[in-house]
Design a protein around this ligand. Structure first.
Ligand code: ARG
Length: 473
């Protein structure tokens, strides 16, 4: 189907193309329009687009490039457009391709001729670059806020159970007893690093590309410092070619989001395991679980499972944008329009994930007794026994390891745990062992003894809690 046929009564008679009638005799093929238009998704940049245009128009007036009268009409008109969009009354038109042309065309309908002056000294290339940067910057702020809430939720759990014992795992095999508070604080550390990565990325992206125009800058006497400041940027970007052609700020946001989603997925997996009937380490609240349509006993950790999977989408978006950008020559290429949808989806997934994890962590109940009995099983204090042999009997650690291993095998054969062995049984393996060895075989003593900085001892955990509470004030 073409729009050019003169015999087609619906074909426009004056301009064949809604946007660049001067140069074009024919409008786009319907399929061309479908592949080319971005308005279906970049309407999410409307607020940023209007903010950018307002800053640009005000600057043009201040520089004497626009009359104050025109600038004022543009300002008022843009506010009307924004309110139409916010009210859901804006007539988005696919033939106008994208948000930039849609806003400008509507502005023209509202204020007439001055609308045509708004695009002086800029291009859609720097326009989209600034819009998208503003949007991604907002998402960094949202992630930072979301992460702070999540860290606080973990911190509250840590504080409630600073000295509750639980098994610590390596290879998902019982390793050594640890404290609940210590385990919760491990996630505070991870999410704190994610937070600092978002802060860092935000700082780096906070330069304004507006005024780079199509690629080379402009001959109009614009003031890029003024527009940068008006839009909350630290400074204008320093190279116009780079300004319109890189999307590394979005890639950085996606990369940091991927790391964060990976962290979310790890605790999600722990929740899935811990809430199972076989573990019973935690009880998830009804608010964060679902039932089964057939098995009445079920309480499924769906939110945790979905959180475990969100990295798939977020990392997928990251790989997609890397692939779009790879090998693109300077400067702008239309490929780059493909930067948005996936970034939008990744950001939505991340924000939802952070909120869901915060809710779930806040609502979960640690089953303290189960944690404690699990902590004592699986020969979890074997290392404490070996350390005792080194400390009290002066054995080289390798020999102590061997003696302990023999005792573990003995207990395992008898179907009992280490503290259930008699002193006589122990002495049959090493005759120097004394009754006070039993002190170190208890899980409470075990965790209390791990006083090294950053260790699992409740005193260490409390010190870290105090540090984080202070930092998150
Ligand atoms: N919709 C376009 C995008 O998202 C805006 C920039 C268009 N620039 C151009 N030279 N066609 O990338």
């Amino acid at each position: 189907m073409t729009n050019s046929s003169k015999s087609d009564p619906s074909a426009p008679t004056t301009t064949a193309n809604a946007m660049w009638g001067g140069r074009f005799e024919a409008g786009p093929d319907a399929i061309m329009q479908a592949i080319n238009a971005s308005i279906g998704f970049d309407r999410r940049l409307a607020a940023q687009d209007i903010a950018g245009s307002r800053a640009h128009a005000a600057m043009l007036a201040a520089q004497g490039i626009l009359t104050n009268k025109d600038a004022e009409a543009i300002r008022e008109g843009l506010l009307t457009v924004l309110s139409e969009i916010e009210a859901g009354k804006f007539p988005f038109r696919v033939e106008l391709e994208d948000i930039h042309m849609n806003v400008e065309a509507r502005l023209k309908e509202i204020i007439g001729e001055p609308a045509g002056r708004l695009h002086t000294g800029r291009s859609r290339n720097d326009q989209v670059a600034v819009d998208f940067r503003l949007w991604v910057r907002d998402q960094c702020d949202a992630a930072i806020t979301g992460l702070e809430a999540l860290m606080k939720a973990f911190l509250a759990q840590a504080e409630a159970g600073a000295d509750w014992v639980m098994p610590g795992f390596t290879h998902l095999q019982t390793a050594q007893p640890v404290t609940w508070g210590h385990h919760m604080l491990a996630y505070v550390e991870m999410f704190a690093r994610d937070r600092s990565r978002f802060i860092d990325a935000r700082k780096r992206m906070n330069e304004c590309p507006l005024g780079a125009a199509a690629l080379a800058g402009t001959s109009f006497p614009i003031d890029r410092h003024a527009t940068a400041a008006a839009l909350g940027f630290d400074r204008p970007t320093a190279n116009s070619l780079d300004s319109v052609s890189d999307r590394d700020f979005a890639l950085e946001f996606l990369s940091v989001s991927s790391i964060c989603a990976m962290h979310l997925s790890r605790f999600a997996e722990e929740l899935v395991i811990w809430s199972s009937a076989q573990f019973r380490f935690v009880k998830l609240s009804d608010k964060w679980t679902t039932g089964s349509s057939i098995m009445p006993q079920k309480k499924n950790p769906d939110a945790a499972e979905l959180l475990r999977s969100k990295l798939g989408r977020i990392l997928g978006a990251t790989v997609a944008l890397f692939t779009v950008m790879k090998g693109l020559v300077l400067t702008y290429s239309k490929d780059m329009q493909e930067d948005k949808e996936q970034t939008f989806d990744a950001a939505d997934s991340l924000m939802l994930g952070l909120a869901a994890m915060t809710g779930m962590v806040g609502d979960m109940t640690a089953l303290q007794d189960n944690l404690k009995s699990a902590a004592a099983s699986g020969f979890s204090t074997a290392t404490d026994l070996a350390d005792w042999l080194v400390r009290e009997l002066g054995l080289p650690f390798r020999d102590a390891h061997h003696v302990t291993g023999t005792l573990v095998a003995m207990a395992e054969k008898a179907g009992i745990d280490l503290p259930d062995l008699t002193l006589a049984q122990m002495q049959s393996v090493h005759d120097g062992i004394r009754a006070d060895v039993f002190d170190v075989l208890g899980v409470e003593n075990s965790v209390r003894s791990r006083m090294s900085y950053g260790g699992t001892a409740p005193d260490q955990v409390r010190a870290q809690i105090a540090r984080w509470k202070d930092a998150l004030k």
